[in-house]
Design a protein around this ligand. Structure first.
Ligand SMILES: Cc1cc2nc3c(=O)[nH]c(=O)nc-3n(C[C@H](O)[C@H](O)[C@H](O)COP(=O)(O)O)c2cc1C
Ligand SMILES: O=C(O)C(=O)c1ccccc1
Length: 384
């Protein structure tokens, strides 16, 4: 009986399928730094302020220690989960990341191809270089979710959601933590804001409502389109009451991304959302914010299993996934690791990052004495 994890190991050992990119996260990042120009590299790698939260996102996992169990017959394992009535092969999704063409010309299209090949859902960003329809077209029936940046122009937000539903996306993720960009020192020093270029707003440029707000087609006056984008991108005036508006636009499940406070998690449930993503945006928004893995346990407790809770920010290896799931997350999202895979080797690179991370998780699960994601709980962990 050979598990997913063992198969991946064996293939690499036998050189049938060589790793074309580094395996370790640290080397992956170092290699991406070599091949990318400084501006796009730091746009991806850097975070807000002194990057305390970004560093803590990773370190905070070390506090939790796995206490493996023995003699549990882990010869066959099931990594699948069910979310919103659909089976997913793994408890892993690709986090929404905007402007992906800054690291690879195929951008989100390459990521979408890799996601489909690996049967891992891709959460396409509102701020994608390629339109949400073009992304969907590369994915066949493979699972995909859509991430909404709820713009100051409600009709544009509604249009995005309706387009996503028409293009076969399975869920809507509303990101709440980025009503404006955080204070990112590297990007300010570099005077680099990729969404102030045409490639950054590709998905908006194909939105009929967005274009209807322009005096002429965007191709004739790109500067005007970019200025319009900048004026409507974020919406710091939103409140919980506004959620009803989006709910009325779609029958898809709605998740809120960027929840860190247990009281907000309770409010989310009270307002009828279908899921929560615990996240601090990879440390890119509020420097000094609580690491996502530290916010997770209190939120799990506050929500009492009423809706699924996912998490991201700092997932780098299989053991991180195991810890997050043992603390009550239903699934995790990964961000920067796959962006480096994309930068280094396009869709093949994204595939390999996913394959390695899932193989590592599968082996860590087995060696901890567990056969399935359902068997994971807090009893497997000790707080060190
Ligand atoms: C370059 C970059 C762009 C991002 N763009 C978006 C976005 O468009 N929408 C969104 O909800 N989150 C965005 N995020 C945040 C990710 O979805 C995710 O929360 C974060 O990357 C997870 O942390 P990790 O990178 O430590 O895995 C972005 C992150 C990065 C690194
Ligand atoms: O950079 C980000 O973190 C992000 O969320 C974003 C927002 C708008 C455009 C591109 C990326």
């Amino acid at each position: 009986m050979m598990s997913f994890g063992n198969q991946v190991q064996l293939k690499v050992y036998q050189q049938i399928e060589k790793n074309i990119i580094p395996v370790s996260y640290e080397e992956l990042e170092a290699k991406a730094k070599e091949v990318l120009d400084a501006k796009p590299f730091y746009y991806v790698a850097a975070s807000a302020g002194a990057e305390v939260t970004a560093v803590q996102n990773n370190r905070a996992f070390d506090k939790w220690q796995i206490v493996p169990r023995m003699l549990c017959d882990t010869s066959s394992r099931d990594l699948s989960i069910e979310l919103f009535g659909k089976k997913l092969s793994y408890p892993v999704l690709l986090a929404p990341v905007g402007v992906q063409s800054i690291v690879h010309p195929d951008g989100e299209l390459a990521t979408a191809r890799a996601a489909a090949a690996m049967d891992v859902p891709f959460i396409a960003s509102t701020a994608s270089t390629y339109s949400l329809e073009k992304i969907a077209d590369t994915m066949g029936d493979s699972p995909r979710w859509y991430q909404l940046y709820w713009s100051g122009d409600h009709e544009v937000a509604a249009s995005m959601v309706k387009r996503a539903e028409a293009a076969g996306y399975d869920a809507i993720v509303i990101t709440l933590d980025t009503s404006m960009m955080g204070w990112r020192e590297k990007d300010i020093e570099h005077a680099y804001l990729p969404f102030l270029e045409a490639q950054g707003i590709g998905n908006y440029l194909e939105d009929p409502v967005f274009c209807s707000r322009l005096a002429c087609p965007p191709q004739e006056d790109m500067q005007a389109a970019i200025m319009l984008w900048a004026s409507i991108f974020g919406n710091p005036a939103l409140t919980w009451k506004d959620l009803d508006f989006i709910k009325q636009q779609t029958s898809l499940p709605i998740l809120l991304k960027g929840i860190l406070h247990p009281d907000d998690a309770k409010l989310a449930v009270e307002h009828g959302v279908d899921g929560i993503i615990v996240s601090n945006h990879g440390g890119r928004q509020v420097d000094g914010a609580i690491p996502a893995i530290d916010a997770l346990p209190d939120i799990v407790e506050a929500v009492h299993g009423q809706v699924p809770i996912l998490m991201d920010s700092g997932i780098r290896r299989g053991s991180d996934i195991l810890k997050a799931l043992s603390l009550g997350a239903k699934a995790v999202l990964i961000g920067r690791p796959y962006m480096y895979g994309l930068a280094l080797a396009g869709d093949e690179g994204v595939k390999q990052v996913l394959r390695n991370m899932i193989a590592d998780f599968d082996l860590t699960l087995a060696l901890s004495g567990k056969r399935s994601v359902q068997e994971l709980n807090r009893e497997l962990l000790k707080k060190g």
